[in-house]
Design a protein around this ligand. Structure first.
Ligand SMILES: *Cc1c(COP(=O)(O)O)cnc(C)c1O
Length: 453
């Protein structure tokens, strides 16, 4: 029998509902709180910032299945389904008995999974008569996806991009402008939050936290403008569940079920997107799959952070979220995986981690790129620097299988390709990259800024 490499769903087999794990969780995530009153937020409290439907989805702890609007399904068909691929060549290079599969979310023209949520967020804005959307972006994948989705649904987009990555990776800002968005480096002088940050620290390289503050300020001060977010929040992870729901069908086509599911971790959307449809079977059907989120060693909120109510942004504009956090003014090192430079984890993942239903691993920068290089040379796809963390964690697990002789089935998410991140690979190949370590004292210091409850 020939060895099947790829498993692809027909358009008619693409799921028509998203999966909301909150409905099935035994211990539900704790509610976001109003920072002034410490009262739990209701969906209406989020309406000034987010699309109303996204606000409702954010706090929905009852409906496990949510219909994907027809208009969004139409746009999903531009690039979905995405292939599930068996990584035979990587297995061979590692000499592992493990079966390694990856879900390839890099195949859409924007290059990452982010467009899965950009489309519904813009659709819901359009549906309620919003004309403008704004957002933050790190490496630029979210900004590019949002700029495209805004164009698709006829909205104007304004994007704040982390300054250091705008400089390191100019091409994605050109993509955003190609789709018609305006782009500013954050911290910028165009908002009060940005000005304050620059006044305190003129050399601030920017972070997702600073860019979120600026985008929220713009949304709150501009009529008919809503804020959109590429990660962290529960409705974003809901939209990303399309990844895992497709993968579930495709694993069935392959005649296997994963023992281990792995994804890289920034705020949790591609991890939750792939993992939660499988985690559902751990909760409901007694399956024993292990779930591993791979974060950078230089931004270790899952492995070394603390579970606290904290702000989602640097300036403290967001609601207080119950999350594993390093403190909202944590300044991540300038690693090349810009999409993973965020201080906190989404509230669903944070609760799951607290309940030991998943675990985190931290990956040093050099190991991530070594792993990405091996993947490129075996499977022929140059992965995004973020995705390299998932590959590194996969390789660790596959090598454990080699030790033990276990034939585990490992599934990881290839969240994006690295073709617009070639300067990062250039630096790695030239030997110019290094690892960053942070001390317990540094973490304790940034954690001391978490608001007292
Ligand atoms: C944004 C991004 C991530 C990290 O975000 P999550 O919400 O944790 O998924 C990972 N990989 C790629 C390619 C990204 O663009």
């Amino acid at each position: 029998m020939s060895k099947q490499k790829k498993f692809i769903l027909q358009e008619s087999e693409i799921p028509t509902q998203w999966y909301n794990i909150q409905a099935d969780m035994v211990n539900k995530p704790m509610p976001p709180l109003n920072p002034a009153t410490h009262q739990p937020l209701k969906a209406e409290d989020l309406f000034p910032i987010f699309a109303e439907e996204c606000s409702r989805q954010e706090l929905d702890q009852t409906n496990a299945w949510i219909d994907i609007p027809e208009e969004v399904q139409d746009k999903y068909r531009f690039y979905r389904s995405t292939p599930l691929v068996r990584a035979y060549e990587l297995e061979k290079a590692l000499d592992t008995p493990a079966h390694i599969y990856f879900k390839n979310e890099s195949t859409n023209p924007l290059g990452s999974h982010k467009v899965n949520s950009a489309l519904p967020q813009c659709y819901y804005c359009k549906q309620q008569g919003v004309t403008n959307v704004t957002t933050e972006t790190g490496a630029g994948q979210w900004g590019a996806a949002l700029s495209y989705a805004a164009r698709v649904f006829g909205l104007e987009a304004a994007v704040y991009q982390v300054k250091i990555t705008l400089q390191q990776k100019p091409y994605r800002s050109i993509m955003m402008r190609t789709f018609g968005a305006t782009v500013e480096g954050s911290p910028s002088m165009s908002t009060r939050a940005g000005k304050n940050i620059i006044t305190r620290d003129p050399m601030h390289p920017g972070s997702l936290g600073t860019a979120i503050s600026e985008a929220i300020e713009l949304a709150m001060s501009t009529p008919n403008c809503k804020y959109t977010l590429g990660s962290v929040l529960s409705h974003v992870t809901l939209h990303q569940s399309i990844i895992g729901l497709e993968a579930e069908k495709q694993m069935e086509m392959a005649g296997e079920y994963p023992d281990t599911v792995i994804a890289c971790f920034g705020g949790g959307s591609n991890f939750g997107g792939l993992a939660f449809p499988f985690l559902r079977h751990n909760i409901l059907d007694g399956k024993n799959t292990e779930f591993i989120a791979a974060e950078p060693a230089s931004c270790p909120k899952l492995t070394r952070g603390k579970f606290e109510y904290d702000f989602g942004d640097e300036a403290g504009y967001t609601p207080l979220l119950p999350m594993f956090t390093l403190g909202h003014d944590f300044k991540p090192a300038n690693i090349h995986a810009g999409g993973l430079r965020y201080h906190g984890a989404g509230t669903i993942v944070s609760q799951l981690l607290k309940d030991n239903l998943m675990r985190g691993v931290d990956i040093p920068q050099l190991e991530s790129f070594e792993s990405g290089m091996l993947f490129a040379r075996t499977e022929g796809i140059i992965p995004a620097p973020e995705s390299c963390h998932a590959i590194a964690a996969t390789i660790r697990e596959a090598l454990k299988c080699k030790e033990s002789g276990e034939q585990k089935v490992i599934l990881f998410n290839l969240s994006g390709h690295g073709l617009i991140d070639m300067p990062s690979y250039d630096s790695f190949i030239n030997g110019d990259l290094r690892n960053y370590t942070i001390t317990d004292e540094e973490i304790a210091k940034s954690l001391s800024t978490v608001p007292k409850m």
